[in-house]
Design a protein around this ligand. Structure first.
Ligand code: CAA
Length: 258
C-alpha cells in the first residue's frame, strides 16, 4: 500500500530521503505515520542501492511531537497495549546512517526522532524542545536520555522541566546538532552530507555507526572491545582491500559494500 503520511525521494545516487508529510498537523507523529516510517526504513535498510537516509519534515516543522489528539483520552493500559515505542525500537535498529534535516519545530517526539538519527542538519529556523511537561507528562521516546547525553545535565534538565525551546544556534553550541544553514539550504546540506557518507565503504560506515552507538550503553572497556571486533571484522571485506590498495595506488577507492 502507498504510504499516506510520508513521501520517499531519491535526491542523489545511493541516497534516500523520507519526508514526513502531515503538514496540517505540523507532522505530528501519529501511529500510522510512525508505522509507515518504520516500514520505509526497514525496506531502505535492506536495499543495497541505498547507503544513507535523510529524514525531514517541511520548512515549518520537522515534527511537533507525538499526536496529542490521539493520546489525550488514553489510559495507561491503552498506552501499554498500543506499545507505540516498539516502532521506535525497530527504527533504532536501522544500520545505515540516518541524517535528520530539521527546519522549524522539532518538539517532543519530533526532537526525539531527530536525536534518534545519527546526525542532525538544521536550518536557522529550527527550534528544538521537549515540551511534554506542559501537557502534564514527560518525554517517552528517549528525550530524557538522548538529550542529556548530547547536551549535558544542565541544559537537558532545563529543557525537560520547563519545556523551553532552543534555537538552532543554541543547539549547535550545545552539541545537539551538526550543522546550521540558511533555511533554503538545509536540505541541500543534508544531501551533501549523505553523499559524502555514501562514498565510503557501506560496511565500514554501518560498523562504525554501531560502534559509536555502543559508547552510549557500555563501559569503556566493553566499548573498546566491541570497536576492536568490528575493526578486525572489516579486514574480511573486499572494501578494506580496495580502500587500502586505492590509497597505495593514489586513486579514489570504488567501494562495493562487500
Ligand atoms: N499533536 C497533534 N496535533 C498537533 C500537534 C501535536 N503534537 N502539534 C501541532 N498540532 C496541530 C494543531 O493542533 C493545529 O491543528 P488545527 O489547525 O487543526 O488546530 C496544527 O497542528 C497547527 O498547530 P498550531 O495552530 O498550534 O500552530 P502554531 O504555529 O500556533 O504553534 C506549536 C506551533 C508551538 C508547535 C504548537 O502547535 C504546539 O505547541 N504543539 C504541540 C507541541 C508538543 O507539545 N509536543 C509534544 C507532544 S507529546 C510527545 O511528543 C510525547 C513523546 O515523548 C513521544
Amino acid at each position: 500500500m502507498q504510504p499516506e503520511f510520508i513521501i520517499i525521494h531519491q535526491p542523489a545516487p545511493h541516497v534516500a530521503h523520507i519526508q514526513l508529510n502531515r503538514p496540517e498537523a505540523l507532522n505530528a507523529l501519529n501511529l500510522q505515520l510512525m508505522s509507515e516510517l518504520k516500514e520505509a526504513l526497514r525496506d531502505l535498510d535492506a536495499d543495497e542501492q541505498v547507503r544513507a537516509i535523510i529524514i525531514s519534515g517541511n520548512e515549518k516543522a520537522f515534527a511537533a511531537g507525538a499526536d496529542i489528539t490521539q493520546m489525550a483520552g488514553k489510559s495507561a493500559v491503552d498506552m501499554y497495549n498500543i506499545d507505540q515505542f516498539s516502532t521506535w525500537d525497530a527504527i533504532k535498529k536501522t544500520k545505515k546512517p540516518l541524517i535528520a534535516a530539521v527546519s522549524g519545530f522539532a518538539l517532543g517526539g519530533g526532537c526525539e526522532l531527530a536525536m534518534l538519527c545519527d546526525m542532525i542538519v538544521a536550518s536557522e529556523t529550527a527550534r528544538f524542545g521537549q515540551p511534554e511537561i506542559k501537557l502534564g507528562v514527560m518525554p517517552g521516546a528517549g528525550g530524557t536520555q538522548r538529550l542529556t547525553r548530547a547536551v549535558g545535565k544542565a541544559l537537558a534538565m532545563e529543557m525537560v522541566l520547563t519545556g523551553r525551546f532552543i534555537s538552532a544556534a543554541e543547539a549547535l553550541q550545545a552539541g545537539l546538532i551538526n550543522r546550521v544553514t540558511p533555511v533554503e539550504l538545509y536540505l541541500e546540506e543534508a544531501v551533501k552530507l549523505a553523499r559524502e557518507l555514501s562514498a565510503m565503504s557501506p560496511l565500514a560506515v554501518k560498523m562504525a555507526k554501531e560502534a559509536v552507538l555502543k559508547a552510549f550503553d557500555s563501559s569503556l572497556d566493553e566499548g573498546l572491545h566491541f570497536e576492536r571486533k568490528n575493526f578486525y571484522l572489516l579486514f574480511a571485506s573486499e572494501d578494506q582491500k580496495e580502500g587500502m590498495q586505492a590509497f597505495i595506488e593514489k586513486r579514489p577507492p570504488a567501494f562495493k559494500g562487500k
